[in-house]
Design a protein around this ligand. Structure first.
Ligand SMILES: NC(=O)c1ccc[n+]([C@@H]2O[C@H](COP(=O)([O-])OP(=O)(O)OC[C@H]3O[C@@H](n4cnc5c(N)ncnc54)[C@H](OP(=O)(O)O)[C@@H]3O)[C@@H](O)[C@H]2O)c1
Length: 382
């Protein structure tokens, strides 16, 4: 039985993780749950799963929840609340499924308390991958990937070192604007939020869906892979695979390629991370090759989707630049969602902020947080 702390229980990954826990009551106990704003859903989840502690961002909502629930479980709030849950003595693993960078400090606290972490929040590895992986090695804990691509690579690698790898191949669906004939570059300025939210293969939270439309999601994943698998950016490649069945591949030095396949369902990589190193039976995912018919691959379009090149540059230069790319992207996505900037200006904003940044190599956490705050300000100066 694993005691799981779930940070971001009310989101897309969080609710899938709850389904996985419900599928495997003999293996997974939801020890603690944390949400951002959605008090109603957190209340419902708490009544159903009886965690030992919960947390919600606002202290006022925490008090309201405590009143509704009575004395147990204790309800915490803010970043301290997340850290409290992430370091509970009984916790075995902390699943970080909070959108953005709010999961960084709780992730570091969990590692320092000797807990394994399962990371859905790729932003924290993009921002501070060097520090997170260094701390994990120092404290002898695992950093398990929840992103389907990185889970796939992890499964293909089977613990082999990066010296046995020629290339990691991250697959990308290509997002809703992949088709050049329907979405030529000149039409990109007309893209609405509704267009960008129509993801062809996955149902996900809003930020990651927009990131999938710009391909910044894949860019962030390239940097995430660089840290998770201790490999330089030059050996991380992206290939567009619209069916999203091959979740990613490892090309070994002898030319052999190992891939992990299934019909897309986030419950699978979540379950793998939570039950690792075991595989638990599940009937959720069945892949019918005859029905799929064909699996296709194509080169990503670097002109219409500059995110990939920007992310490669940030990953290669390193230091504070990936944190700057991530922060500028978060602000630009928010501005697009609020109708303040057109779609192409998301990548333009990120490029502008990156160009102006003076990179600090091998930064401390404080320097990363400073760069993050600077980039957010800078991205707002339109
Ligand atoms: N969705 C996917 O299929 C998928 C796949 C791979 C990786 N990821 C990554 O997983 C992460 C979560 O994505 P998602 O799609 O699940 O996002 P989402 O549906 O928007 O959910 C975000 C979650 O974070 C919570 N949250 C936000 N700010 C918080 C704070 N300060 N304290 C505590 N909780 C907070 C939200 O709570 P409220 O809803 O209560 O406000 C919600 O539970 C992202 O980093 C994303 O890139 C997602």
């Amino acid at each position: 039985m694993k005691n799981v702390v779930l940070l971001g229980s009310t989101g897309s990954i969080g609710t899938s993780a709850i389904k996985v826990a419900e599928d495997l009551p003999d293996r997974i106990r939801l020890l603690a749950l944390a949400a951002g704003n959605n008090a109603e859903l957190l209340l419902e989840q708490t009544r159903r799963h009886r965690p030992a502690a919960i947390s919600i961002f606002s202290p006022r909502k925490a008090r309201e929840l405590q009143n509704a629930l009575g004395p147990v479980p204790p309800v915490f709030s803010g970043e301290e609340g997340l850290i409290k849950l992430a370091t509970l003595p009984e916790a075995d693993i902390v699943l970080i499924a909070i959108v953005g960078t709010a999961g960084l400090q709780p992730a570091l606290a969990a590692i320092r308390a000797g807990k394994d972490i399962a990371v859905a929040s790729k932003e924290i590895l993009v921002m501070a991958g060097e520090i997170v992986m260094h701390e994990a090695r120092k404290h002898g804990v695992r950093v398990l990937a929840v992103d389907s691509e990185h889970s796939a690579i992890f499964q293909c690698l089977e613990g082999k070192p990066s010296s046995s790898v020629r290339k990691l191949w991250l697959t990308a669906s290509g997002g809703p604007f992949r088709d050049k004939t329907r979405w030529p570059e000149e039409k990109f300025s007309e893209i609405t939020m509704a267009d960008a939210l129509k993801h062809p293969s996955w149902v996900m939270g809003r930020k990651i869906t927009i990131d999938s439309a710009t391909l910044f999601n894949k860019g962030l994943e390239m940097i995430e892979a660089r840290w998770l698998f201790d490999i330089e950016m030059a050996r991380v490649a992206v290939i567009v695979h619209p069916q999203s069945v091959v979740h990613s591949m490892v090309e070994f030095v002898d030319g052999s390629i190992v891939a992990q396949l299934s019909t897309p369902d986030m419950c699978l990589p979540i379950q793998y991370a939570l039950t690792y190193p075991e595989r638990a039976p599940s009937n959720r995912v069945r892949t019918d090759f005859a029905r799929l018919g064909q699996l296709t691959f194509e080169e990503p379009d670097a002109t219409r989707f500059p995110a990939l090149e920007l992310a490669r540059r940030a990953g290669e230069i390193g230091g504070t630049l990936p944190a700057v790319l991530n922060a500028a992207n978060e602000i630009a996505v928010e501005a697009f969602v609020n109708g303040q900037i057109p779609f192409p200006q998301i990548a333009e904003t990120v490029r502008r902020v990156m160009d102006r940044h003076r990179v600090v190599p091998h930064p401390s956490l404080e320097q990363i947080l400073q760069a993050d705050a600077w980039a957010r300000e800078e991205a707002l100066n339109r």
